[in-house]
Write a protein that binds this ligand. Structure first.
Ligand code: ADP
Ligand code: MG
Length: 580
């Protein structure tokens, strides 16, 4: 029987809201740190235990909350940040008045605060949204919020959380993002009482320098050496930050840091704009590393579009889009020029298109000279074997990317990278399933430095990489040492390969089935170990590739589902020319 309609009690309403606002421990940290920043804190400490499920404490030296407003602050839709009660010009990080009410309804929650310079503060406690007690306390100016036993009254949510180490990694990455955006604020993270990240207070006025300093602390010197500054002020928007050069690329978008008016934004549509900006410089499945700040009048953006405030809407997205794309391309073109002008003239010449063609012709002539006699003998052979080789025989290579081959029925255009990738992939998979990966010991083992939390997240699983022919061990608390790699990949960029494996492992740690993982890893390995588009190949090498393709299962498409070759039958060609 239908029950009577009634308004839900506050506790239930808050719990429902919490479901939207507080997804996991890092969302608690996000809301609390945003509050501290809105309170103009100079210093923020974040203490985490048990992956944030046991305890999260955020301490700030901001403006504090007055005693008569303490209770109001944990009420739903209570905020001091919407002055004119319209949502048009929001310049604070918070504005929904939902965080404290949500957090306090799904945890054991204590708020201690003081808004004056004397040491008298006030404290209130809630458990699962129920008031527990209040009392005057000693507290210096600022606010301390303690969140214990998160989701203890929402077992379903608790189950959905990942390992402590993974949750910690998300928290650390988040605070690092804040520290890139709020350069005058000092941030400290403590995990189980141990300091794991701190931004030293620097008396530096130059924001560019602080950004360099903080970013190299987070990403290592590599990024610093492989990025350029962007600084553009045009058409209502200011774009600043650091752009990673295209060769410094990753398998996912984790290394894209995008801020709008200092707010962390992780919006898929923004990622795709950035990908377009890098498109001419980067393979389609790779992502750049960059830190980009967009600053504009608050009236240009609507920040009220996502409960966790991850996304924003721009009033004039088309204008911003073309500004971002053209500015990034402009900056990247400058570095291209820089890189090439530092090379010798000789090297420069080698890279020009005409010279490449010349080189290819010379190579082919040489080869043809030597093989002249053998060639005559082989003609006959080819005639006989026409039917055996459905992909025909390579005639030439175009744009250093496509192989043109002729078979009985017509011509075939082969994408050399896609084709080779498929072959390597199938070979790796076959080797793996027959437990027969041929390995090569690296003469000089490769040491890769990692964030120690990243390392903790993967150290167990990465051991299994040995099955795939990659022998890696932990090396101290912050590095991995790679000793062996699959023979087939010995000439590829091994650091990139291992970093991609790690990125994949962090995300998929225990959900993916083993088989999916194998396929994923093989596919990423194959991509690294394959003949790149843009490489000159000799006729023999091309024919070799065609023969291998014929022997490989599913060789008609690459690992990303694109075709590896297209066939044009004589029939169709004749139609094109109106002969039929
Ligand atoms: P919002 O941030 O959207 O206003 P919250 O629920 O996060 O909503 O916080 C409610 C109010 O409590 C804030 O508007 C602010 O006045 C006060 N507040 C919360 N945290 C702090 C803090 N760390 N320092 C000072 N005031 C705070
Ligand atoms: Mg808030």
């Amino acid at each position: 029987m239908k029950q009577k309609i009634k308004i839900l009690p506050d506790q239930v309403v808050n719990k429902i809201a919490a479901g939207e606002v507080i997804e996991r421990p890092s969302s608690v940290v996000k809301e609390l740190v945003e509050n501290s920043l809105d309170a103009n804190a100079n210093k923020i400490e974040i203490h985490v235990r048990g992956g944030g499920k046991t305890e999260i404490i955020v301490i700030d030296d901001g403006m504090g909350i007055s005693k008569d407003e303490v209770f109001l602050s944990v009420k739903r839709h209570a905020t001091s940040k919407l002055t004119n009660e319209n949502l048009v010009k929001i310049s604070t990080l918070g504005f929904r008045g939902e965080a404290l009410s949500s957090i306090s309804s799904v945890s054991d929650f204590t708020l201690s605060t003081n808004n004056s310079s004397c040491s008298e503060g006030y404290e209130i406690t809630f458990s699962a949204g129920r008031f527990q007690h209040e009392r005057p306390i000693n507290h210096i100016k600022g606010t301390t919020i303690k969140v214990k036993n998160l989701f203890f009254n929402m077992p379903a949510r608790l189950k959905f959380l990942k390992s402590d180490n993974y949750e910690l990694l998300l928290i650390k990455r988040l605070v690092q993002k804040f520290s890139l955006s709020f350069l005058n604020t000092e941030f400290n993270i403590f995990i189980e009482g141990k300091k794991v990240y701190s931004t030293d207070p620097i008396k530096e006025r130059d924001r560019g320098k602080i950004l360099y300093y903080r970013s190299s602390k987070i990403f290592g010197r590599d990024f610093k050496d492989n990025s350029v500054e962007i600084n553009i002020d045009k058409q209502n928007f200011k774009l600043t930050g650091l752009l990673g050069i295209p060769t410094f690329n990753f398998s996912n978008s984790n290394n894209i840091f995008f801020f709008v008016n200092n707010r962390i934004v992780s919006d898929k549509s923004i990622t795709s704009i950035l990908k377009v900006a890098y498109r001419d410089f980067l393979a389609y499945d790779r992502f750049p590393q960059l830190i980009l700040f967009v600053n504009c009048s608050p009236s240009e953006v609507d920040v009220n579009v996502h409960p966790m405030k991850h996304e924003v809407r721009f009033r004039n997205i088309q204008q911003l889009k073309s500004l971002i794309i053209s500015s990034i391309r402009e900056e990247l073109r400058k570095i291209n020029h820089l890189a090439s002008s530092s090379n010798t003239n000789k090297a420069l010449k080698k890279f020009t298109y005409e010279d490449k063609i010349q080189d290819a012709l010379i190579l082919r002539e040489k080869k043809e000279d030597i093989k002249f006699d053998e060639k005559i003998l082989e003609e006959e052979k080819i005639e006989k074997s026409k039917n055996l080789y459905p992909l025909g025989f390579a005639k030439t290579q175009l744009h250093d990317t496509y192989i043109i081959s002729e078979n009985e029925k017509g011509i075939i255009i082969i994408d050399q990278h896609a084709a080779h990738e498929r072959i390597v992939y199938e070979k790796l998979k076959k080797e793996f399933y027959s437990k027969n990966v041929k390995r090569q010991i690296l003469l000089i083992p490769l040491i890769i430095e990692l964030d120690n939390l990243v390392l903790k997240n993967v150290e167990e699983t990465i051991k299994n990489a040995e099955k795939y022919g990659v022998k890696v061990e932990t090396f101290g608390s912050k590095s991995l040492i790679v000793r062996e790699v699959p023979m087939i990949l010995a000439n590829s960029d091994i650091k990139k390969l291992v970093m991609d494996l790690i990125d994949g492992l962090i995300e998929t740690n225990d959900i993916d089935s083993i088989e999916e993982k194998i396929n994923k890893i093989c596919s990423s390995m194959a991509c690294h170990g394959s003949i790149r588009a843009g490489r000159i190949m000799e006729i023999d090498e091309m024919n070799d590739l065609l023969r291998k393709m014929e022997k490989t299962a599913f060789s008609g498409q690459c690992n990303h589902g694109r075709p590896t070759y297209v066939e044009l039958e004589l029939n169709d060609i004749e139609k094109l020319f109106g002969r039929k």
